[in-house]
Design a protein around this ligand. Structure first.
Ligand SMILES: Cc1ncc(C[n+]2csc(CCOP(=O)(O)OP(=O)(O)O)c2C)c(N)n1
Length: 537
């Protein structure tokens, strides 16, 4: 086979059936072979950053490896922000690219690609000669899955038409986390045994079924309520002892369990600023931190008393075994704080009311859309309301595209998630600024792929986050204000459907359009920049 054929063949043989990308010299033949010879599904993005975000959204929604391909030089550098976001979001993703020939220094697109990739924090696998292309691809898959991060495969463009042997063996991506040392486990079990009001916090690292169940067994064993991070929202039900989200999105019903606890055992969370309410929430408590990512355990984002590098399931089971051996009885904290809490008490909901508010419109959409939907968020001030009032049925159906604090990455993630969601509607919540940055262009990709996408633009005609800062300092907000075109009209012009909501009277038509949608739909919710509650920083 030619190298480009062998790579496409190995990709398909490893179970990849969907790839996102944008073609150029380095990947056009490989991409064609993936579609023509391997029957793969290829979604072309309008910008390379979106191709990577599509693969990220696909990976998060499906629980599988995300795969994207871009061309050399500028194709690769266009992915910078999305690659960093994928690193920060711990998403297994492979990005296949090429490189100009080392001898061809006159090629405008030449670049030290290894240096560029290193700066993003992604892994990098270079193909030194044609025969290494398929082994490199297989190694990159294993590395991306085991390390839960993006890995870039760089196969020099000049190798594409060299002949090599095919290799379609399956890839073994298992890389078990080593068992933690006994002294640390002993220290942790000592703290758990003396805790009177223990709380378990489960994050994204506790979401695979084995980890989820072991953490639940552990919480039950010690009589602890379970809170989750935002990324693990809805992992447990109220009947299983869930008290909802820990941090800035905690509801009134869930708050006592968190504030009254004296010992917090955290599994698989980055302990970010929202989970810890700006590093304040656990200050008066003993904190035991268990995470499979060595770098996070070495430098936790918030103060912890014991940090254990370990797998959530394995560590939770060891805790149970040692507590059983010591005949430590469960506490009664869980029964006390969870009595009477229902799932509905752990969620936010707002009435539509008489005047148009973001909370009211999003709640109305939330109540009206089918339960089986995927929800994706871009970044911006609107997030404070949008994360509360619209949600998916479980942690896998929610994708937050802001791990690097960028705006404008969400539309790619929404398209990728929609590709993985098997025909369910995908609701993408964005600000007007973020939509103009990338969303508008990629609306074309959504139309081309006929995706069941509902884009809700929280349109305050401003960069709202900056608007707030100007107003707080009594500076004119003029530079943050924009007179955008009518998004509904633009949507129509691009082959999508579009409705404008500028008063309460417009809401029923928007909800009806969302329910009846036959092509991508844009709902432009027009609000005053002074009327949006601030996002919690
Ligand atoms: C790539 C990038 N550029 C700029 C910023 C700075 N920034 C943060 S929020 C924001 C406003 C985004 O406006 P919009 O999408 O309308 O959301 P809003 O804040 O109005 O709700 C900007 C420009 C950023 N976070 N990321």
């Amino acid at each position: 086979m030619f190298v480009h054929e062998a790579m496409a063949n190995a990709l398909a043989a490893s179970g990849v059936d969907t790839m996102f990308g944008l073609i150029g010299d380095a990947n056009l033949f490989f991409t064609n072979a993936f579609v023509e010879a391997e029957g793969g599904r290829y979604i072309s993005a309008v910008h390379e950053a979106s191709a990577v975000m599509m693969a990220q959204g696909y990976a998060l929604r499906s629980g599988r490896l995300g795969v994207a391909t871009v061309t050399q030089g500028p194709g690769l550098t266009n992915t910078a922000t999305a690659l960093i976001d994928t690193v920060r979001n711990n998403v297994p993703l492979m990005l296949i690219t090429g490189d100009t020939a080392p001898s061809n220094t006159h090629n405008q697109q030449s670049l030290d690609q290894a240096l560029f990739v290193e700066a993003t924090g992604a892994g990098y696998v270079h193909v030194g000669q044609p025969a290494e292309a398929v082994p490199a691809l297989r190694a990159a898959i294993a590395q991306a899955v085991a390390q839960r991060r993006p890995v870039v495969v760089n196969c020099p463009t000049e190798f594409a038409w060299e002949m090599v042997d095919a290799d379609d063996r399956a890839v073994d991506a298992s890389e078990p986390v080593p068992a933690p040392p006994d002294e640390l486990l002993d220290q942790a079990v000592g703290m758990i045994a003396t805790a009177r009001r223990p709380l378990v916090v489960a994050g994204h690292g506790a979401t695979p079924p084995e980890q989820r169940d072991a953490v639940l067994d552990f919480a039950q064993r010690i009589g602890a309520p379970i809170a989750t991070t935002f990324r693990a929202r809805n992992l447990y039900t109220a009947a299983e002892g869930s008290v909802g989200i820990c941090g800035t999105l905690t509801t009134d019903a869930g708050a006592p369990a968190i504030t009254d606890s004296d010992c917090v055992i955290v599994f698989g969370s980055s302990l970010n600023t929202w989970t810890t309410a700006h590093r304040t929430l656990f200050n008066d408590k003993a904190v035991i931190y268990v995470d499979a990512e060595a770098a996070r355990v070495e430098r936790p984002n918030a103060p912890v008393d014991v940090a254990i590098h370990g797998d959530a399931a394995q560590t939770a089971r060891t805790f149970i075994k040692w507590l059983d051996a010591g005949e430590v009885p469960p506490t009664g904290f869980r029964q006390r704080v969870c009595a009477g809490i229902r799932d509905v008490d752990l969620r936010f909901d707002a009435d539509l009311g008489d005047t148009l508010t973001l909370a009211g419109v999003l709640s109305e959409l939330n109540r009206s859309l089918p339960t089986q939907r995927t929800v994706v968020w871009d970044g911006g001030r609107f997030l404070g309301e949008a994360l509360k009032y619209i949600y998916g049925p479980d942690y896998r159906s929610e994708v937050l595209a802001t791990a690097f604090g960028a705006v404008g990455l969400g539309m790619g993630a929404a398209i990728g998630a929609a590709c993985a969601a098997g025909g369910e509607p995908t609701v993408f919540i964005t600000g007007d600024g973020g939509f103009m940055m990338n969303g508008l262009a990629e609306l074309n990709s959504a139309v081309r792929a006929s995706l069941p996408l509902i884009v809700v633009i929280c349109n305050d005609g401003s960069y709202g986050a900056e608007y707030d800062q100007y107003v707080h300092k009594s500076v004119s907000p003029a530079l943050s204000l924009f007179d955008w075109p009518s998004f509904a009209s633009v949507a129509h012009a691009m082959g999508a459907d579009g409705v404008t909501v500028s008063s309460i009277a417009d809401v029923p038509a928007a909800v009806a359009a969302a329910r009846a949608r036959v092509c991508p739909l844009v709902i432009d919710v027009v609000l005053d920049p002074g009327d949006i509650p601030e996002v919690a920083h």
